[in-house]
Structures are given as C-alpha cells and as structure tokens.
Design a protein. Structure first.
Length: 209
DNA sequence: ACATTAAGTGATT
DNA sequence: AATCACTTAATGT
C-alpha cells in the first residue's frame, strides 16, 4: 500500500486513507520520460521523492524547460489535461529517481467536492504554477538571457543544496532554449566577473552570484 | 596514441 | 543572440 504520510499536513486523515487505498506506487529512474507530448493522461501523480522536469518542445525539436515538480506537489498540467481527457501538451522527464503515487483520474471530480483540503491543494498547485509561469514569461519577454542564466543556476543549486552544478553547457542551453555557444560565452563572462568557476561538466557557483 | 565529447572563440547574420 | 566553422582542452579506450 502506498504511504501518503508526506501529505499529512496537507490532507485530512480520511483523504490520506483514500489516497492510500486507491493510489498505486510507481518508481521511475532518473532520465526516463514518464509522459510525452501527445500521450494520454491516465493518472494523477503525487510526487513522494525526487524531481520531475516538465518541458515543452517546438516544431524543430528545440526544448524549453517549463518547471520542476517537487515532492508534495502534483503537476498542474495534468489537472487540465486529465479532467477533459486531452492529450498531454508537455513532456515530463524524471530528473532524479522518482517515487510517486498514481491516482486514477476518476477520483478528481469526486474528491473535489468531498474534501476541502483536496480542493485547496488543487487550487494551490494551480496558483503556484500560474505565478511561476507568469514570472517566466516576464523573464523571457523582458529579461536578458544572462539574468535568466543566473536565476537558473541559483535554482539548480537551491534544489540540489550544492554550489556545484553538474551540467554541460549544452544541457543548460536546451533548458533555456538557447544554444551552447551562447551559454558558453555568458558563463565565460560570469567567470571573468568571479561569480562562477568553470570546469568540465561542472560549474562552481561563488557566493557573489 | 587516438577518438570522442565538452568548451572556447572569431566572424557572419 | 543565433549559427557556422574551427580550435583547444579534457576524458575515455
């Protein structure tokens, strides 16, 4: 039986019970795609451990990082897709090894009226994601790429709890929807300003960042 | 020693 | 800021 105790603060005991009764545990390994663009959404994931990376892709196959889904969260996009059975607009890839509880989408409607905390949870994930997307739009529209890069690096280091970021310039570029050359140049400038130190496959963030 | 992959750089659009 | 073309550096076999 799944253990939903992660969510004790969020949900009332009866709801925790229901989640544990009706949910199934699924583990996915780092790097595997758990939902691709066009796939049908059949389950509502509740993340227990790990991080899922949600991204979008344009016609030429360029990827753009949308957001991360962390433990005690669910994906706002799956709400919108699964309620009306629309195919997924996004791709979700396990950033780390991930453990989650899958809930049948049929419980959505039912719980929405039955459990106030469930409704609050759904609304909160919507609001959080919406706020974040707005911020991202601001960034893309109004901010220069170097600011975005700095923010990106800070976010990574915050979520890994380390000042060492183990990514290639190439990977960063695809996340930010840019090209490797550009990222390399920006990073070089940051290094000249003593805000980072560059290694192969690794970037050390300095306190001055 | 050689091949492969990551990163650096000038020139062009 | 993106792309091309090329160089240099690091790493694996």
């Amino acid at each position: 039986m799944p253990d939903a105790s992660n969510y004790k603060i969020t949900f009332e005991p009866e709801l925790i019970q229901e989640i544990e009764n009706r949910g199934k545990v699924q583990k996915i390994t780092a790097g595997s795609t758990f939902l691709d663009i066009g796939d049908a959404v059949r389950n509502m994931p509740l993340i227990m451990h790990g991080t899922i990376k949600v991204m979008r892709q344009d016609e030429e196959g360029h990827e753009l990082l949308l957001y991360y889904v962390n433990p005690s969260e669910s994906c706002a996009m799956t709400f919108t897709c699964c309620m009306q059975q629309y195919p997924s607009e996004i791709r979700a890839v396990a950033e780390t090894d991930v453990e989650m509880i899958l809930l049948p989408i049929s419980v959505m409607d039912e719980w929405l009226v039955k459990y106030p905390t469930w409704k609050a949870f759904v609304m909160k994930t919507f609001k959080n994601r919406f706020d974040e997307l707005l911020r991202n739009i601001d960034q893309i529209a109004f901010q220069k790429l170097d600011d975005r890069l700095v923010l990106y690096l800070k976010q990574i280091s915050k979520s890994t709890g380390s000042t060492l970021v183990n990514l290639t310039h190439e990977q960063i570029a695809t996340d930010l929807g840019s090209s490797r050359v550009v990222i390399s140049r920006l990073l070089k400038r940051l290094e000249n300003d003593r805000r980072v130190i560059l290694y192969r496959n690794q970037i050390k963030l300095m306190a001055s960042l």
